[in-house]
Design a protein around this ligand. Sequence first.
Ligand SMILES: C[S@@+](CC[C@H](N)C(=O)[O-])C[C@H]1O[C@@H](n2cnc3c(N)ncnc32)[C@H](O)[C@@H]1O
Length: 360
Amino acid sequence: MSEDALAALVEKPHAEIAIESLRDEGVYDDGRRVTDHDDGTVALPVTEPPQETDVLDVMRQTDLELRAPDLIDLLAERGWTEAELELAPGSWAVIGSVLLVTLDEDCPREGEVGEALLELHGEADTVLADGGVSGVHREPSGRIIAGVEDTETIHTEHGTRYALDLRTVMFSPGNKAERARMGAVVAGEEGPEPETDTDGPERVFDMFAGIGYFTLPMARAGARVTAAEINSTAYHFLIENAVLNDVTANVEAYRADCRDVEVSDADRVVMGYYGVETEEDESRSLEAHEFLDTAFDAVAPGGIVHVHAATPESCLWERPTERIEAAADRAGRDVEILEKRRVKSHSEGVWHVVCDVRIG
Ligand SMILES: C[S@@+](CC[C@H](N)C(=O)[O-])C[C@H]1O[C@@H](n2cnc3c(N)ncnc32)[C@H](O)[C@@H]1O
């Protein structure tokens, strides 16, 4: 038996938060897989007994099959040909107890992909094929391909807990670093900082709050957040999540169009939405301009606006810059573009970007 073959037992609903904590401690073993221990608990592979993470017990594992195979190994065992294996997904995300995977449209036998993914991730119990999001309300259209068909879960990221139902509200795994960054900027661990005249905690306007993607890490870092969300399902989770994260005193939530929520003198405004695709071409709805006007009305002199956009590679960085400068002109405000970042690939040749701008 290998000396390192240790596993920490935790209750299944706590598996995701425990894995995150074990990774932070530096004792999580990515070379082995999570396995079911008994009905209610799972065994998480660790390289040594955890010191900081709460676990039920630490045990030795002897089964060599626990060495992590990958998805390709498991599908090959199920008889997939080389050509079929080429169509298997290369990545997926664990969101609470749900595995979210984007499948190639020609991917064969998706049920087998789902079963194999569940075998790889003992901490998850449902596999949802991502069907994208659409419309102003950003509604997802996933379909379950394996597991217990329960898409309501609690996902934990950097200590923030997100209750959500992946069949009814979107969650973008690729925005993980940006969600963490929004908490870090409020905590003063990363720039840019507002240079406003106001005292006390930062006042933030999150114009497109969703289930609290940015609102929650910012409120946890001490900001007072006014959060607007137009989609009633997402709004319901936003309220639930403020309670779950014990930040109700820091969050004032409105189920409303952000253009109808009156905010002035905000230290920071977050615009985490970039309009919807129009049918005629790949450009975005012109509403983005109206939203910029709302953001500029809300922000105090010296404050920061985080402007998200979906921008074709060929338009980087002229298009977002010009739109921001045009809105500043309309508002009669000075604008300084402090930082331009790529958040993730949005689609073929198109980037999800964010510009941090200071408004004078
Ligand atoms: C794309 S989601 C937020 C994604 C988020 N940035 C992330 O990290 O995953 C944008 C949210 O804005 C909401 N929304 C769209 N238009 C709105 C409006 N005019 N006012 C308030 N919320 C709006 C949508 O319902 C959706 O929940």
